[in-house]
Design a protein around this ligand. Structure first.
Ligand code: ACO
Length: 326
């Protein structure tokens, strides 16, 4: 009996024009290239300028993903945008992008799960496509955290960057064998709101009438990250019978190289299978995984038939994994 699986047809990404190096940040706050590289692996980040917003970056990423898939927006009936930094409180960034893509059909909505948002978006899209209610989805991760960072707080402002990435998913009939099927094989999303205050904004639309400013207990986040990441990847292994040795690529959320290295090490994933873009992009929140995917896909590392594990952990706390056969 065949089953419907969500197969990646195309990938795209977009970055702001302006690169900000660690050296440039060191002119503004009391930090150094050495400190930032040693603690995080970050060397530079892209920061949105005038006219660049979450929706403009998300639109470019979506257009690139559609072009890569050889499709137009007429072929898609679902647009999901994972973001924490929408252009407006409402309407959603997804409906803005839907309109900019020239779509008056289908459905578009935002998902808010901070750094885990892209995998939450893929999970939701996969459920819609597997149910038969929708045929093709664009899932976009797009964020401009630079707009909510306190640029005088050296403990956070050095970590984040802006960008967007997108994938086009199509419901395809597959034989139903998790070992050989193409597409999304399993997804696992988790949250625990008791940790909310460890990574959050101070203020927001309904509490202060402002967008709020990002604040983080970095050590606390670090302490929980590796355990949560490994738990949710273990869930994916249990659901499918795969193990770390079977993976072709591990594409983690790009928050901090030390978190990525520790997670890969604990899971027994070989370093050469880990896609790392944090040095160039910084932490772009919901955009980080599709940005990393698009780099590894464009340079020919990720190929048709490869087994790819995505994982993320972020504010909420939220954490998630998705295992797919490319
Ligand atoms: N430059 C120079 N010194 C700094 C900076 C900076 N940018 N930031 C902090 N310091 C100082 C601190 O003030 C402290 O000084 P003190 O010892 O005199 O008090 C010292 O460096 C050590 O600070 P710690 O906070 O203990 O540094 P730590 O090794 O924990 O590294 C970091 C901080 C990088 C934030 C780390 O905790 C971390 O990576 N946490 C994970 C959080 C994360 O990645 N969040 C991203 C968002 S969440 C997500 O996406 C999962």
């Amino acid at each position: 009996m065949t089953i419907k699986r969500s197969v990646v047809l195309g990938v795209g990404s977009a970055l702001p024009a302006r690169v900000v190096t660690n050296a440039e940040l060191a002119e503004k706050v009391d930090t150094s290239d050495e400190w930032i590289v040693q603690r995080t692996g970050i060397r530079q980040r892209y920061i949105a300028g005038d006219g660049e917003t979450t929706s403009t970056l998300g639109l470019k990423a979506a257009q690139a993903a559609l072009a890569d898939a050889g499709l137009t927006s007429a072929d898609v009936d679902l647009v999901i945008v994972a973001t924490t930094t929408p252009d407006l409180t409402f309407p959603s960034t997804a409906t803005q992008i839907q309109a900019a893509l020239g779509m008056a059909h289908g459905a578009a909505f935002d998902v808010q799960a901070v750094c885990s948002g892209f995998i939450y978006g893929v999970t939701i899209a996969d459920k819609f496509l597997a149910s038969g209610s929708h045929r093709r989805a664009i899932v976009i991760g797009a964020d401009t955290l630079s707009r909510i960072v306190d640029w005088t707080d050296r403990t956070t402002c050095v970590l984040f960057g802006d960008g967007a990435g997108a994938v086009v998913l199509e419901a395809q009939d597959q034989p139903g064998d998790v070992k050989t099927d193409r597409g999304v094989l399993t997804t696992h999303i988790r949250s625990d709101g008791r940790h909310g205050s460890k990574l959050c904004t101070v203020g927001g639309p309904s509490s202060t009438g402002t967008v709020g400013t990002l604040t983080m207990e970095g050590k606390e986040v670090f302490k929980h990250a590796v355990g949560m990441i490994t738990d949710v990847i273990t869930d994916a292994y249990q659901a499918t019978g795969f193990s770390s040795g079977d993976l072709d690529w591990f594409v983690p959320h790009q928050a901090n190289k030390r978190i990525i290295d520790s997670s890969a090490d604990k899971l027994g994933i070989a370093p050469q299978k880990v896609v790392i873009t944090v040095a160039r992009h910084g932490n772009t929140s919901a955009a980080s995984i599709p940005l990393a995917l698009s780099v590894a896909y464009a340079d020919g590392r990720i190929k048709k038939g490869d087994l790819v594990m995505l994982e993320a952990m972020g504010g909420g706390f939220t954490w998630a994994s998705a295992l797919m056969r490319w």
